[in-house]
Design a protein. Structure first.
Length: 258
């Protein structure tokens, strides 16, 4: 159902069972998948593709022009997956260059006033607290939680299953499976409670102990990062989770929260 009071371009591609409420605005070239709901005063700008069953609340702006001095116009993109909840006043920008894209995965929950700048990549099943701001070129892996008013500076990478507590301002990467808290943000343990109670991840007590031991060497010792990685390889039994930690730290471009 498309309200006659909505402003929807005839060149937009609208799927089945889509609800577009009064005063929503949809520009040329937008694609909206089956089962999506756009509340009043939502704006979906050109270059935006929405998957299926997304619900977008009042005054959200999807596919805004990037606030980036390198942006020179052109056909840039925002791609949003399936089953996302995007609450009031959220702003998500398109990519800065035609050969890039801003991308949001599936099953994410973005609370009021979340702001994603250009070329942000988000995985699946993430939660973003009220007022969280993510600068350009950040990568947020799946199943992360960024609490209220978190600020990610340009190019920060947050690993999967990480929890960043409210008010943190991050310029370093956050490794997977940890809790980051304080300013400057520091390692505050492993995100064990969320991991153990998730219906997505089944992690055993044994694997959790291995993760804790890895971060004990990495964040709670006097070893350099290089030495800590070597000791993890030598002392901690290998699992998918330990390999994830080693790979993330080895490839970090900004240094890691410790």
């Amino acid at each position: 159902m498309i309200s006659p009071l909505a402003n929807v371009s005839p060149d937009a591609k609208i799927g089945k069972d889509v609800i577009i409420m009064p005063f929503a605005y949809v520009e040329d070239g937008v694609e909206i998948g089956d089962g999506c709901v756009l509340m009043p005063f939502v704006s979906v700008m050109r270059g935006t593709t929405l998957g299926k069953n997304n619900k977008v609340y009042q005054h959200a702006v999807l596919g805004s022009e990037p606030q980036d001095f390198h942006y020179q116009g052109g056909d840039t993109r925002l791609v949003i997956g399936n089953g996302n909840t995007i609450r009031e006043n959220v702003v998500i920008a398109r990519s800065s260059h035609p050969d890039g894209e801003s991308r949001i995965g599936d099953g994410n929950f973005l609370m009021d006033k979340v702001h994603f700048c250009h070329d942000v990549h988000v995985g699946d099943n993430c939660i973003f607290g009220i007022g969280t701001s993510v600068a350009g070129n950040c990568h947020i892996d799946s199943c992360t939680i960024l609490s209220t008013s978190v600020v990610l500076n340009q190019g920060v990478h947050v690993g999967k299953w990480a929890l960043v507590q409210g008010g943190c301002r991050l310029s370093k990467d956050v490794p997977p499976y940890i809790i980051a808290a304080g300013n400057p943000p520091m390692y505050h343990g492993v995100n064990a409670h969320v991991m153990q109670h998730s219906h997505i991840l089944k992690v055993s007590d044994r694997i959790l102990r291995h993760i804790v031991n890895a971060y004990r060497l990495l964040s709670q010792s006097n070893f350099s990062v290089t030495d800590a990685l070597q000791k993890i390889q030598d002392q901690v039994p290998k699992s998918e989770e330990i390999v994830d930690i080693l790979h993330f730290v080895e490839h970090s471009k900004n240094g890691i929260v410790r």
